[in-house]
Design a protein around this ligand. Sequence first.
Ligand code: C2E
Ligand code: CA
Ligand code: CA
Length: 658
Amino acid sequence: MDASTLFTNGETSSSLRKCAVPLLVLVAFTGAITLGVHLLIDWAVGETINKQAEMDAMSWAEEFNTRSTGSGSILSDGALTAGQQSVIDSAINFGNVYAFIVYDAEGRAVYSNDYGLFDMSGNQPVNDTALNVVTSGQSSIDVVQKESPNGTVNVFVDALVLIKDPSGAPIGAVQLYLDKSEAAAFYTKFLDWIGLLLPILSAIIYLVPSIAFIMKREQAYTRTKRVNHLSRFDALTGALNRHTMSSECKARFADREKSKVIGVFFMDVDKFKNINDSNGHEFGDAYLKHIASILINNVRSTDLVGRMGGDEFVIAFPDAIAELLTSIGERILAEASKPFEYKGTTIQGSISIGSHLAGVTESGPEALHAADLALYHAKTNGRNNMQFYFRELDTAMVRRCAVEARMREALQNDEFEIHFQPLSNPADASIVGFEALLRLNDAQGTPISPTEFIPIAEETGMIQAIGIQTLERAIVAAKSWPDHIFLSVNLSPAQFQRGDLVSEIEDVLTRQDFPASRLELEVTESLLMADEERVSAQLVGLKRMGISIAMDDFGTGYSSLGYLWKYDFDKLKIDRVFLEGFEFDSTKYREIIETIVTLGHKMGMQVTIEGVENHDHTEMLRELDCDQYQGFLFGKPMPAEKALEAVTVGQLGKTSAA
Ligand code: C2E
Ligand code: CA
Ligand code: CA
């Protein structure tokens, strides 16, 4: 179903058809002209020969006349006069006359150049034609064509014309046999040339504008076809464009039979912005084409594939079942996650799919909305997977929208709060630092967990503003603490995307005149998985400034030793899941924690254990040589005033925790 080739089939045959019509007309036209011209030539040659014969005969007759006796009789003393004889001689010798017969006023032959002088006794029969010429005064001209054995056509003229005496009275007739073969051949040849040139000329006259017309029409057709194609298909990928896809879907949903279910996929490329930013737009375009071709090649011919804009694609599957959607979805996911190479650059991308089987009462937009919610679910589920829509997603989306709106409001009105959770020295439970943790309440004053709003901030890009604002405000609070107490702030991977994090943080430190050595930044493994040059360069930049970098939540992700080596972290924070696990299997989790602590120390890092909630934990941890404890036992995250109080007035929780 490669849409870009949809229009090429049948194109050649249709242009052939279009050319055939004028060509046939041309052949018929030229044929008709040739035939017409030849009939015309035959007629014109006949007419010309007739006219010439008549004129020849008339002039010979007139000449014969002037040289007659003038007695009112054609013969003088029953014989030709010398003048008449000389006319006949010159006609025979110099003209094309080969027979000459003279008739008297009664139509009887009185002389022939062939037979000599006739008997005047009146034995000669009356020649009716000659008599008719004498009585009517009208000449009689007959043209006879005879084909000779060698194929040439001989043209003879039998002309009978009136002879008058000087007073103008008819006295006889003269019959001349003229050979017009030569003249006829000449005229025929001459006119044949014209007859040949004329159809050629008219064919050219017809052909030139015809070809121009056909070419113009072809161009117009190609243009129209292209415009039609562009108005229906997405120029880059060959999938249906948004407008066509929406109207086609609308039609499919409106037309379907009562029992027919329509499947819908809503898809987008995972981290497409990164792909575009890192490899350029040309690469991004090539990747979108590649994804579109995977979609197009994996659906049935009845399914519709559309690009809704950017990296978003939709597929509509008329008459679908869940198994079909699952198998097609799995195939697409598998193919899309294979390495893609373009002009020497290779990436391993992926897509996420939201899938929905629309019930018979659902409209197209409702079905698309459901698939879109499912896509969102697939994204929050780690990307590169397919999720079907389920009803609870609606509620989740309503909630997400409400949280996002609240966040925008809070960012604008400075309503985010920062709480500080102490990090304590295991030896005496004294506070050595605080971790800054963001807090946000909804309109009713109920706290919204950062695990809910931080991902939304990352998705919407709000994290850039929120992150730097949090850092600055936390520093402002930390400036009132004793100098030996450090501040730890969480960094989200999204904050590394723009590439100017180092200078931004440097600006804040300069502005607040806060020593980099008192600042610790926490990052998670997910930041390092992209393994981008950009990320490592920024981490190196931060470390160079004297800021210490902690690997947060260690043990929940890949727990990769490779990352620990590569990035040279200052601190390892063991996630609280291990202390949670300790409640259920103390031996096993003690061993795991011990291993991680040893590993951290061997790699030259400090180790903090998170989630220290009770004395069982401290008891177990006593022998493990952790550098810092963090947990509710030593202090929950607290407002800035409380934190200040804790470090100035007394050591919060010190007595109970130690
Ligand atoms: P995190 O960085 O691992 O922060 C520690 C979380 O564990 C905090 O949750 C804290 O309240 C909780 N916690 C500390 N001690 C205990 C304990 O003894 N028991 C239990 N059950 N929980 C304990 P919180 O404040 O809800 O933050 C959750 C996550 O939100 C943080 O995890 C961090 O990933 C993220 N976060 C919070 N503030 C920020 C921020 O300003 N920027 C960024 N990028 N992420 C933040
Ligand atoms: Ca943290
Ligand atoms: Ca943590």
